[in-house]
Each structure stands twice: as C-alpha cells, then as structure tokens.
Design a protein around this ligand. Structure first.
Ligand code: SAM
Length: 380
C-alpha cells in the first residue's frame, strides 16, 4: 500500500504524549510544535484515528513548499497529484491560516489553492465544466508559516475528542483528549483505585475506564475518510476488528466519580451508560471535603473549578484548603489536580512533587502532581 505523510495534530503541551501514543501504535515519528509527523499507509491512518486518545486530528500532508507570490502558490499547488486523493465528485472546501508570511491574505490563499486544484482536476478528469462536488468530503487546509506552505487533507471529520458518548455536559467540561492526557500523565494502573472527585459530566472517569479496558476511543464513531475511494472497505473493517480483539472487557476496574452537584452526577451516569461503561464506574453526589477511603495506592485526578470568575476565587481557595486537609491522610495515593490558580500549592497546604504547564482550551493551567508512597516490593 502507498505510504503517506501523516500528521497527528496536538494541543499545545501534549505533543510528547501524542508522540508516545503514535510510537506505541508502531510508527516512528517526529515531534514539532502542535504536530507529530510520521509515514504510513491507509491502515496507519485508520488505526491512528481509531486509537489515538490525545491527538486532535489526523491529516495527510499533500505537499510542502515555499511561496512568496500568489503565482508560486498557484503553480506549486497545481503540480501536486490531487487526483490521486480526490474523486471527480469530491467536495473539497479549502480553509487557511497564515503566520509571519508574505502571503498574509488568508481568503486569497484559499481561493488560489481552490482554483489550482480545480485546474489540476479538470485536466486529469478531462472536464470543461464545473465540478458538482456532491461526493465525499475532503477538507483541505492551506497553512503558511514563515512563507512555507503546507497543504493537508483532514481524515478525521469531527475532532478526535468527539468520541460519541458525551451527550450531556456541565459548565466547563474537559476535552476528552485532555482528560485522556491527564490520566496518561499519572502512574495509574487499571488494578488500582481511580477517583475523580470533581467529575462533572464524567469525562475523566469515562476516559480512565476506556484506557483501563483498552477500548479504542474511536470505536463508537465514524471518520470522514471512511467514504474515500483510496480506502479499501476492508481497511476500516480490519481496524474495527482489531479494536474489538484488543479490548479487554474482563479487566476489573475500581473507578469512581463524585460531584457536589447531583445534576452533574446524573449526567455523568448517562454519559457512562452511552459509552457502554454504565456498570463499570460508580458515580455519587459528594463534596470533596468529605472524601475518605480505606483503600490504598489509588490515584485521584481532579479538574476542580478554578475560581476565575469575579468573586469566586475566595470560596474556591477555601475549598482547595479543605481538600488539602481531606487528602492529607492518603499518603499511599497519588493526587493530580489541574487548575489555573497560581497559589494552589500554598492554599492546598503542600508543595507538589512536580507540576506541568498545560492549556485547558485557552486557559493556562498547571497540573499539580503529588506522588504517593510506592507499594512495598514483593520478593519472590
Ligand atoms: C470544571 S468542572 C469539572 C468538569 C469535568 N471534568 C467534565 O469534563 O465535565 C468542576 C466540577 O466540580 C464540581 N464541584 C465544585 N465544588 C465542589 C466540591 N466542593 N466538591 C465536589 N465537587 C465540586 C462542580 O459541580 C463541577 O461539576
């Protein structure tokens, strides 16, 4: 099968985690700002869409070249083999962005790329009239960075965070891709307890259950490239069969989610049910201040309110402080809290073992990590 240049796009700060996922799938890759690039065939594209939990989208790079004039952009775009990807009836909208480049008018770049592709397709499909564009969708992007043009086609459709299970959500839901990344940054193993004390719509516990049973995040959704002629039908069937084979539905899990708001608990339960994990996660209404447990060596991952709205900061900090007291006895547990509050360690009452800068959408946050004691070694 033909090899393509594949790009897995990533949120800022998550590149290393996405790259690890790509390598775990079996593909050597390079890491750049916001993207992970590698080579692979259509099966690699389908597997990447199916399995990557922390990437935003999977794209194919069609070409990359320097362009300082619209003529150059037109000629170099026209020289690329678009007909190898796009059938005669393809729908192919072109979006764009331009950063620090001579060709800064994005709408002009989009129009020129569109015209160049039409011209190329007219020649290869021997067509003199307009294309009807009533077939499968190929979302093309022209991205300019420092005069380097990158032309890509999106293979995912909706972003990969759309797993298909979240119908209800609260005020500040976490993106599923970020939730998965937060879990991947912990030392959690599926045979250990896992708790999200601020579960909201349940994103973190649901992602933990998917990881715990090795269920592919894309198993319950469709991808735009499933309709493309370059993908033989068998590829997606094989990739779905592989996902079914690799899922470990027998893995027992001890995952719970709590929230102060009983309406959120109900939404989380409904979402878990939608994901097919209804009986695997226990949700209940509870304040984090009241959390106690006799279990050991568990992991807590929490995305509490940040208190960014006017007048909320004080109450949120009071809650953080009480949370610190409630968690203090849990010396075998590892605790991970994502917040934008810069005084978190002081308010919580303990310096973090480690912290990591992450963006939750446009909000700059830190992921405060408190590592628990290690379990004693069992000598054989
Ligand atoms: C930022 S949201 C969490 C969103 C969640 N990660 C999701 O993806 O939907 C914070 C949640 O913490 C809950 N919360 C606020 N104060 C709490 C407290 N003292 N104890 C437990 N939950 C609390 C809120 O009801 C809200 O659902």
């Amino acid at each position: 099968m033909k090899n393509f240049d594949i790009i897995a796009t990533s949120a800022m700060g998550l590149e290393a985690i996405v790259a690890k996922e790509v390598r775990d799938l079996g593909y050597e890759c390079q890491v750049e700002n916001g993207k992970i690039t590698y080579k692979g065939d259509v099966r690699a594209i389908a597997r990447s869409n199916m399995w990557l939990r922390t990437a935003d989208r999977i794209k194919i790079k069609i070409g990359e070249f320097k362009a300082y004039t619209f003529d150059e952009l037109f000629e170099k775009t026209k020289a690329l083999p678009w007909e190898e990807f796009l059938p005669e009836n393809a729908e192919f909208p072109v979006s764009g962005k331009s950063v620090k480049s001579k060709l800064f008018s994005v709408s002009d770049c989009q129009a020129i790329v569109k015209k160049a592709i039409v011209e190329r397709m007219r020649k290869s499909y021997k067509k003199t009239t307009w294309f009807e564009e009533n077939g499968p969708l190929f979302k093309i992007e022209v991205a300019l960075l420092k005069d380097v043009v990158t032309l890509t086609i999106d293979t995912s459709g909706s972003g990969l965070h759309k797993r298909g299970y979240r119908s209800g959500q609260g005020e500040a839901p976490l993106k599923e891709t970020l939730a998965a990344a937060l879990i991947k940054l912990t030392n959690w193993h599926p045979d250990k307890p896992f708790v999200d004390p601020f579960c909201g719509s349940g994103t973190i516990p649901i992602e933990a259950a998917l990881i715990g049973q090795n269920i592919a995040p894309g198993f319950n959704r469709e991808f735009v490239s499933e309709a493309w002629p370059i993908f033989p039908d068998s590829v997606w069937d094989e990739v779905r069969m592989e996902a079914e084979d690799l899922a470990n539905y027998d893995q027992p899990l001890d995952i719970s989610g709590m929230d102060i708001d009983h309406r959120m608990v109900k939404i989380a339960e409904e979402n878990a049910f939608e994901a097919g994990l209804g009986d695997l996660i226990s949700f209940k209404q509870m304040r984090v201040q009241d959390f106690t447990t006799k279990k050991e060596y568990g992991v807590i991952v929490g995305n509490p309110p940040y208190g960014e709205r006017l007048g909320e900061k004080k109450a949120v900090e009071e809650m953080y402080s009480q949370m610190g007291k409630a968690f203090a006895p849990l010396d075998t547990w590892s605790i991970y809290i994502l917040t934008s509050n810069e005084d978190f360690e002081q308010v919580y009452g303990k310096p973090a073992t480690k912290k990591r800068k992450l963006f939750n959408g446009f909000i700059r946050t830190d992921y405060y990590q408190y590592w628990g004691k290690r379990p004693p070694r069992v000598d054989k």
